[in-house]
Design a protein around this ligand. Sequence first.
Ligand SMILES: *Cc1c(COP(=O)(O)O)cnc(C)c1O
Length: 221
Amino acid sequence: MKISENIRAVKAKIATAAKDAERDPVSVSLLAVSKTIAEEKILEAIKAGQNKFGENRVQEVERKWPALREAGASVELHLIGALQTNKTRTAVALFDVIETLDRLKLAYALAREMDRLDRRIPCFIQVNTGEESQKSGVLPNEADSFIDQCLHELDLPVAGLMCIPPANEERSLHFALLRKIAARNGLPLLSMGMSADYECAIAFGATHVRVGRAIFGERIS
Ligand SMILES: *Cc1c(COP(=O)(O)O)cnc(C)c1O
């Protein structure tokens, strides 16, 4: 299927899932996850009207996106992969939203570079809802104090929470947990749901769904 048709199909499913949850479909943003995807395909998505994208590696974005940004003037680019502290300055310059704020050292680095570049970009705090040792994110029982520190000590523009649930667990428990932590901390945005489960995530309040394979097909690498 063509990329434009895939986008249309995903958007239709988003609209249905939102209506089923008695939500306004415009309250759900579709992020096209274009990691490992070649520029021509991304350009096809931009031409089909897609204007929010997710990438997971700073270096790949430095390579691919300068030219793509010229093609898609209004593109909003989200970082959805782990950020090394020494790449913070580049990331603040390149991305429009950072979804993977996951530790205090990075919070300090982001605050410093946003000040230095005079560019305050919204952040999501990644929560390791499954408490998996190999996964990034703050632990659920540490989330409240981390959020408070980011907002009130570092004055970071934290807008929401993000999670990647464990592969083999009931997703709804993780989505519900993320929603609960966001609600009690007054954070309006929730980035959750991927190709396999974005409709479920919308039922649990996702405001941003991150969809790769359902738009661009299976990734090679
Ligand atoms: C790759 C990736 C996605 C997209 O996954 P698909 O299964 O291709 O939809 C979403 N979120 C994150 C953090 C990812 O790394």
